[in-house]
Ligand binder design. Structure first.
Ligand code: BEZ
Ligand code: FE
Length: 315
């Protein structure tokens, strides 16, 4: 038999006036403790954090057992985190916080390429390939010819832009998941004088985010899938332009609407038409016995911003 006094059984709007005042007074006392914070931005952040945290505790009438489980969850996330595994970023990803950070800090600007999550598998210093080169490093999968341009928002080509690309193989694994000394499915290249680039990669396939830790358990307990929509990662960098970190997604992929980290944006969904074996390839590469795909991705970079992101937000 449930006790009628359990906090979670009492809707927030049924809290008696006297109790409401006790809770309100505590909130005011905590807010006042930050009144003399010398850094005005830190003051804003701490006050807003305290308001939202107290509102959460009070609105759901959080139990002590639930609070302890939250502490245990964060402790487990800390224990599994090391220099190769970052469970807190993964948590931010599955809560949509990473994508909301991108929305807030990288506002879509008319024709500029939209950003999405970086993910945990970017590695500095990927090998350079020439234009039309092969970034797969022998990783298994269906070949995909990727081509496009890098221009600025007024349509001028950006020659010498650096493009980093990385992706999982057809088994859904990035090279780093096989061990620290294996490099495949990643490279960088530079645009030519007309801002053009092209390379051979792999047709993207779906794969799960790392789900053998507390975040995976959270997904399982909430009936959510760890799968990401098929994608190919890009980072484009050029002097006097704002770096864009993004992916392209495969039109028709069933997971586009259920991406585990909410990374899909309509502008990043591209056609990857499949070519019959023996179809002549753009660079004359012989692929007589297998299908291959091709995709076009034109990247538009914004000029380096003069000011930082807006500070005010809607709740
Ligand atoms: C990825 O696309 O590589 C990725 C993104 C977020 C979380 C895990 C993986
Ligand atoms: Fe990825």
């Amino acid at each position: 038999m449930r006790s009628p006094t359990r906090p979670q059984d009492r809707p927030a709007h049924h809290v008696p006036e006297r109790q409401r005042r006790v809770e309100h007074d505590l909130l005011q006392t905590v807010l006042a403790s930050f009144r003399d914070t010398p850094d005005p931005r830190l003051k804003v952040l701490m006050e807003s954090l305290v308001r939202h945290l107290h509102a959460f505790i009070r609105n759901v009438r959080l139990t002590e057992d639930e609070w302890q489980r939250a502490i245990d969850f964060l402790t487990a996330a800390g224990h599994i985190t090391d220099e190769r595994r970052q469970e807190f970023v993964l948590l931010s990803d599955v809560l949509g916080a990473s994508m909301q950070m991108i929305n807030v800090n990288h506002e879509a600007e008319h024709n500029a390429t939209e950003a999405t999550v970086v993910g945990p598998f970017f590695v500095e210093g990927a090998p350079e390939i020439s234009l039309g080169g092969d970034m797969t490093g022998g990783a298994p999968g269906e070949p995909c010819w990727v081509e496009g341009t890098v221009t600025d928002t007024t349509g001028n080509p950006v020659p010498g832009a650096r493009i980093d690309v990385w992706e999982a193989d057809e088994d859904g694994h990035y090279d780093v998941q096989y061990g620290p000394h294996h490099t495949a499915g990643r490279a960088h290249l530079y645009t030519d004088a007309q801002g053009r680039y092209a390379f051979w990669g792999l047709t993207p396939t779906p794969y799960p985010i790392p789900h053998d830790g507390p975040v995976g358990e959270l997904l399982a307990r909430t009936g959510r899938s760890p799968l990401r929509a098929s994608h190919l990662h890009f980072m484009a960098t050029a002097p006097r332009h704002r770096t864009v970190i993004t992916h392209i997604f495969v039109e028709g992929d069933e997971l586009l609407t259920q991406d585990a980290v909410f990374g899909v944006k309509a502008s990043l969904i591209k056609k990857f038409p499949r070519q019959e074996p023996g179809t002549p390839t753009p660079d004359g590469r012989a692929l007589p016995a297998m299908t291959w795909t091709r995709v076009r991705f034109d990247i538009v970079l914004r000029p380096t911003p003069a000011t930082g992101p807006a500070e005010k937000n809607e709740e």
